[in-house]
Design a protein around this ligand. Structure first.
Ligand SMILES: [Zn+2]
Length: 247
């Protein structure tokens, strides 16, 4: 099974990118695309969040058997943020996506985390570690580790192995409940193997970050790595399938 756990279609009114991406993903043999449409670098109004989610669910409805939608929110918006998450689940969401509106350790995250735990769904947090300093509300790997320790029952996915692979792997290494996804264009020498060596093959999930990165380029990082066939199968689909309750 091949599941892209981190994709953005960024479709237009006509559905052009849905058609293009689904055709390409099917050609490659991808079984499902997990999609969300966040606005980076933003902690804007509810209206912006709803526009993102409307785009996600409009795209989802074009290929409901193929897309697995996640609902996006800005936790700093309080009750409205939680209401938007619930609205997303009413429309078919299977998980929650968070970007850079709030750091995951902020108090305002608590109701969102509790909702994810109650529904037993994954929560994907954009995570980065920049030597030049993160954005004001950008989550770092150490924040994910802290939340994983505080809420071991939460299915937390630290996106992009935090951008800085070595930093991110070490940040969550001793927090067994935290998963990570290797989506994005970064491909440091040996980082997939290193991630599995330290975290285990059950905690790494393949994703692409299309349309920001390419399907085949990001697939090759895992498919052509030195992992065993058994570990590749986990990373490329089985771990995601388990989190999403597809198996
Ligand atoms: Zn992304």
């Amino acid at each position: 099974m091949l599941i892209d756990f981190h994709a953005h279609v960024h479709d237009d009114e006509d559905g052009k990118y849905t058609r293009e991406l689904v055709r390409e993903a099917r050609r490659i043999g991808i079984d499902y695309l997990v999609i969300h449409e966040p606005v980076s670098h933003s902690r804007d109004s509810l209206e912006v969040v709803q526009r993102c989610n409307d785009l996600t669910f409009r795209t989802y409805e074009r290929e409901p058997e193929y897309f697995i939608p996640f609902v996006y929110t800005h936790p700093n918006l309080g009750q409205a943020a939680l209401d938007e998450v619930k609205r997303g689940f009413d429309r078919g969401a299977r998980g929650i996506k968070l970007e850079v509106a709030s750091i995951i350790t902020d108090k305002c995250l608590e109701p969102i985390i509790e909702e994810a735990i109650t529904r037993d769904v994954p929560m994907v947090q954009h995570t980065w570690h920049k030597v030049t300093g993160n954005l004001r509300w950008e989550t770092d790997g150490v924040h994910c580790a802290e939340i994983g320790r505080r809420y071991p029952e939460l299915k937390l996915v630290m996106a992009h192995i935090s951008g800085d692979n070595r930093w991110g792997i070490r940040a969550v290494r001793d927090v067994p409940s935290v998963y990570t996804d290797c989506s994005g264009s970064i491909a440091d020498y040996g980082h997939i193997e290193e991630c599995v060596r330290f975290l285990g093959a059950d905690r790494l999930i393949w994703g692409t970050d299309v349309r920001g990165a390419d399907f085949l380029y990001t697939l090759a990082k895992v498919r052509d790595s030195k992992l065993s066939d058994e570990d590749k199968a986990k990373v490329l689909g089985l771990n995601a399938a388990r989190l999403l309750k597809l198996i």
